[in-house]
Design a protein around this ligand. Structure first.
Ligand SMILES: [Zn+2]
Ligand SMILES: [Zn+2]
Length: 507
């Protein structure tokens, strides 16, 4: 072996996973990893990156024996910013009202925020992510933010100066770090603070609706740029992954750092900035633009481990291209290879669920050959895979859903119950090839590679181009000119069926 390649081998063995690098740097004191989201619409694959990045660091810290807590804060006290395309016209009236105080647009959950949060948290559990979940509206109502609200109101001018200095934007003279909830119209985005009483913990507020009232400091919320550093201190946050939109110069992390240190006297968390997940052909996923694939839908189609792997395999600072069509099968392949080699990326993707030995793409074929689970098990057995029933059941259901929802047309097929009419048009030479092939594979080992080789051998002997023979095989069985890799496909259909069909086609 060349010295250079030895060197490369050593390097790849020594490559440390990004989550382990971060964990090493944090060693030595208890850590709190915080993630969060505003549940204002369907929570999509793009939103998944934050919580999975947090989970990777959480696992990496646990693996080196460090004490670590993982929390998730749902910003359900944020107001509805606009009527999104998926909302009925009547929701115009809720603009400015906190998400936790708006009725569920579909009427099934406790409120608007829960409607989007519930399927997301359920999906996260499926993905093996189980942080401690907090809802912002409860945190405020329970008084967790009380001291921070008081401090922010007292030091309003200092905070305004920091915001202006760092973000280079002028604030109106009436600016307040606190937005009271209007007791009359229920909005939080149309109110302003007239004065406050730190002893009584109340504020005098005024609303665009005309209301003037005294409300508790528990009834309202800090503006985002103050809320974020306040929560670092309240929850003792030491690590936080966040999207690159917060990481721009003068952005909310930069202002957060100064407010955290200068106002709340708290050392800001270690930042882990992540890039977007781009949906093929449509750019960054965004609920407000309607460019989304919901996580709850994707995990019906793709093994949960693979969704984790997609995030684990790429450093947070690199964007991820996501295409749920054919390209996702290549990602599943890569995952299955990582699983065999037990790579660190695989370990961080494993969630202790049973996984079949047969590749996902075989299962995609198997579910199209067989109607039920017994049939799928049988097809896999013929293909040389003795499988765990439970493992196959989970993955086979996903394969069926992927076919229905995301697979391109040319991946789909149906075994024809009888010989298709179109076979009549095959040339005599091609029919002869099918006849000889049927003879050759009647005896001997029933094995994919061998069947595949025989197809080439027969084509060569008869001086026909191999693709013609392949096409004839697919035509005889699927009434299509293409299909899954022939050797494995024929093997999993079973010898008896294949021989009979080839003989019929050649007569
Ligand atoms: Zn609902
Ligand atoms: Zn009002």
């Amino acid at each position: 072996m060349h010295e250079a390649s030895l060197e490369e081998g050593r390097e790849s063995r020594m490559k440390i996973h990004w989550a382990d690098v971060i964990a090493e740097g944090l060693r030595g004191k208890p850590q709190v990893i915080s993630t969060g989201i505003t549940p204002s619409g369907p929570i999509h694959i793009g939103n998944m990156r934050e919580i999975l990045t947090g989970d990777a660091i959480f696992r990496a810290l646990r693996d080196i024996g460090e004490s670590v807590k993982f929390i998730y804060i749902a910003d359900d006290f944020d107001p509805l910013r606009k009527r999104y395309p998926f909302l009925p016209e009547s929701y115009e009236e809720y603009i400015g009202v906190p998400l936790s105080k708006i009725p569920d647009p579909e009427g099934c959950c406790e409120n608007y925020a829960e409607h989007f949060l519930t399927p997301f948290l359920d999906s996260m559990e499926e993905l093996g992510v189980t942080p401690e979940v907090f809802r912002a509206h409860e945190c405020y109502e329970r008084g967790l933010y009380l001291e921070a609200v008081k401090e922010a109101l007292k030091r309003r001018e200092e905070i305004a100066r920091i915001l202006e200095e760092v973000s280079k934007r002028k604030l109106p003279s009436s600016w307040s770090p606190f937005h009271p909830l209007c007791p009359k119209c229920g909005r939080i985005s149309t109110t302003s603070v007239v004065s406050f009483d730190a002893m009584r913990e109340t504020v005098e507020m005024r609303c665009e609706c005309g209301e003037e009232a005294t409300v508790s400091m528990k009834e309202g919320k800090l503006s985002w740029r103050v809320d974020w550093p306040a929560r670092w201190k309240i929850f003792g946050v030491t690590v936080e992954p966040f999207g690159k939109d917060h990481a721009t110069a003068g952005g909310s992390y930069d202002t957060g750092v100064r407010i955290s240190k200068e106002i709340f006297g708290y050392e800001p968390p270690y930042p882990v900035v992540y890039e977007w997940i781009m949906l093929k052909g449509q750019g960054a996923m965004s609920s407000s633009k309607g460019v989304v694939i919901e996580i709850s839908e994707m995990i019906k189609a793709i093994p949960e481990e693979v969704m984790r792997y997609m995030v684990m395999r790429v450093k947070p600072e690199k964007h991820i291209d996501f295409d749920p069509g054919l390209p996702i099968l290549a990602l599943v392949d890569e995952f299955e290879d990582a699983r065999k080699r037990n790579t660190r990326e695989y370990q961080l993707s494993d969630i202790g669920k049973k996984y079949p030995n047969a590749p996902f793409k075989h299962i995609v074929t198997a579910v199209q050959i067989a109607k039920d689970l017994d049939g799928v098990m049988e097809v896999l057995r013929r293909g040389g895979y003795e499988e765990d029933r439970e493992a196959v059941q989970r993955i086979a259901e996903k394969a069926r859903y992927w076919l229905k929802r995301f697979a391109p047309h040319d991946v789909k097929f149906e075994i024809q119950k009888s010989l298709p009419e179109s076979v009549k048009n095959l040339s005599p030479e091609v029919k002869k090839a099918l006849k000889i092939l049927a003879e050759r594979i009647k005896y001997g080992e029933w094995e994919a590679e061998r069947i595949h080789r025989e197809i080439y051998a027969v084509a060569e002997e008869l001086n026909i181009k191999a693709p013609k023979v392949f096409q004839a095989i697919y035509l005889s069985i699927l009434n299509k000119k293409s299909g899954p890799r022939a050797g494995w496909f024929l093997m999993s259909l079973g010898r008896e069926f294949v021989i009979k069909r080839l003989q019929e086609a050649s007569s």
